[in-house]
Design a protein around this ligand. Structure first.
Ligand SMILES: Nc1ncnc2c1ncn2[C@@H]1O[C@H](COP(=O)(O)OP(=O)(O)O)[C@@H](O)[C@H]1O
Ligand SMILES: [Mg+2]
Length: 274
């Protein structure tokens, strides 16, 4: 490596976009029982996770509330350091204390936060364009692209609306537009259908599938198993601190969970995408 090609430079040809190597996570406060700090295995909410997200893959991250989905996403977004183990992003080993590396890697990640985090004093267009501005791109030059993106998520008629007048679904779609406006290689979405009805959920899922089709690697945390089943997409399941990958969630027999029939979850769809 030369000086102009530092070790943190994202490798474009990386076959895995995310790699976890024996990653465990324990929150400090969580490890304290009474006044005795403990180091028990039980204190780890995530234990020895090993998995990869191949470039161009689409996965749901499922698990009960409190299973650690948000924590895992925060580690990928480099907002939370693993207690043990390490991870690689875009083929580069993450160095948690290297701020330049963190900034460079984050630029390639688009994240939809569970609680949206829209800026209330900015209108829809400006919220969506903000990451371009933050990353030093001209908003003016990219205005047509931003407008097109907002039209794509169904907000063309809302460009100058302020966030507080938007419905839950509109806020959700704005948060998605903002997450993808810089064309990130990796898209993380934390419960992106948590605040909206089933049909809007299906529509939002189609947006993510389309982004994946355009080349992005996608990871979506959700506890909505109906949506996951309807999609027929592969799943990473968190349970008791461990992670298991499945090609898709097995179909449920009871008729109350038909899931809207949108996603073409044919029997062979699971592993056959790449
Ligand atoms: N900052 C924190 N400090 C201490 N404990 C936390 C923190 N964030 C989450 N936890 C705990 O870690 C566990 C996993 O939480 P979380 O990752 O939010 O799960 P999920 O997103 O699957 O609901 C929960 O028991 C939660 O209370
Ligand atoms: Mg969560």
């Amino acid at each position: 490596m030369t000086e102009r090609d530092p070790a943190w430079m994202p490798q474009t040809a990386a076959e895995s976009v995310v790699e976890f190597h024996d990653v465990s996570l324990r929150y400090e406060a969580y490890g304290v029982r009474g006044d005795t700090p403990t180091g028990d295995e039980d204190d780890y909410i995530l234990k020895n996770l090993n998995f990869t997200l191949p470039a161009g893959s689409f996965h749901f991250l499922v698990g009960a509330s409190g299973a650690g989905k948000t924590s895992l996403m925060r580690m990928i977004y480099l907002a939370q350091k693993p207690s043990l183990g390490d991870l690689s992003l875009f083929g580069a080993r993450v160095r948690p204390n290297d701020r330049a590396q963190t900034a460079a890697l984050r630029r390639r990640i688009g994240i939809v936060f569970q609680e949206f985090r829209l800026l209330e004093h900015m209108n829809v267009f400006d919220n969506a364009a903000l990451p371009l501005f933050v990353q030093g791109h001209s908003v003016k030059k990219n205005a047509d692209d931003v407008t097109e993106l907002l039209a794509w998520v169904g907000l063309k008629h809302r460009l100058s609306a302020m966030p507080h007048v938007l419905s839950g679904g509109e806020k959700q779609r704005l948060a998605i537009a903002r997450a993808v406006v810089t064309r990130p290689t990796l898209i993380l979405a934390d419960e992106p259908t948590g605040n909206i009805d089933h049909n809007m959920g299906l529509r939002i899922m189609r947006l993510f599938v389309e982004l994946n089709r355009l080349g992005a690697t996608v990871l979506i945390a959700t506890h909505d198993e109906g949506l996951v089943r309807a999609s027929g997409m592969p799943v990473l399941e968190l349970k008791d601190g461990s992670i298991t990958r499945r090609d898709k969630l097995p179909a449920r027999r009871n008729s109350g969970d038909r899931g809207g029939g949108g996603g073409g979850g044919g029997d062979k769809s699971g592993g056959a995408r790449e």
